[in-house]
Write a protein that binds this ligand. Structure first.
Ligand code: 5GP
Length: 193
């Protein structure tokens, strides 16, 4: 049986990718979601092992130095990394496709890392807002960041939107159900290739 595929889903903060991914897992329960490690503090309501594994900086650097991350990056002063063991176990032993919800730099580096590996097929999908104005308003209303954090995140949005041309697919989150259906179609098609 073929290995599972590795789907990297990115998009600017506030675009709604978290909710899309959650629904996608309900629609296709064979998909496995990789939970990243981060050194940032949990936001209200976030649970260890669910949204992220919340770990110390020391532990993060130790894991990184031991080759424990498929990729990692630093955002807003905190580290984020994808645990390599989980991803490879799901794909090669359990034959399941894996979703990574990671930023643009991480996604493109995963794509590049496996570009010449016939056993690991990486598909990158960018979730884009219908307009930038709409995204700004969603970010401001989320209320989970202070003003300085929000400013940094806005600058980052600009950068991320410019990177979408490098993705295999771009799905516009204009209408939630439509976007979910399109995302699911892309994934089912790629899974069966
Ligand atoms: P947040 O703090 O809002 O949860 O995440 C900040 C950024 O980190 C988002 O763009 C998110 O996609 C990205 N991110 C989350 N996990 C990972 C990861 O494992 N690797 C990388 N490179 N980025 C991640």
């Amino acid at each position: 049986m073929m290995n599972g595929k590795l789907f990297c889903i990115s998009g600017p903060s506030g675009v709604g990718k978290g909710t899309l991914v959650k629904e996608l897992l309900r629609v296709d329960p064979t998909l496995a979601l990789s939970v990243s490690c981060t050194t940032r503090a949990p936001r209200k309501g976030e649970r260890d092992g669910v949204e992220y594994f919340f770990i110390s900086r020391e532990k993060f650097l130790e894991t990184r130095d031991n080759g424990g991350f498929l990729e990692y990056d630093e955002h807003f002063g905190n580290f984020y990394g994808t645990p390599v063991d989980y991803v490879l176990d799901m794909m090669s032993n359990q034959k399941r496709s894996v979703l990574l919800e990671i930023d643009v730099v991480g996604a493109l580096s995963v794509k590049e890392r496996y570009a010449d590996d016939p056993d690991v097929k990486v598909v990158t999908i960018f979730i884009s807002p219908p307009t930038q104005a709409e995204l700004e308003s969603r970010l401001a209303h989320r209320g989970s960041e202070d003003a300085a954090q929000l400013g940094l995140r806005r600058e980052r949005v600009q950068f991320e939107l410019e990177m979408c041309a490098k993705y295999d697919y771009v799905v516009v989150n204009d209408d939630f159900n439509r976007a979910l259906a399109e995302l699911n179609d892309v994934i089912q098609q790629e899974k069966n290739k």
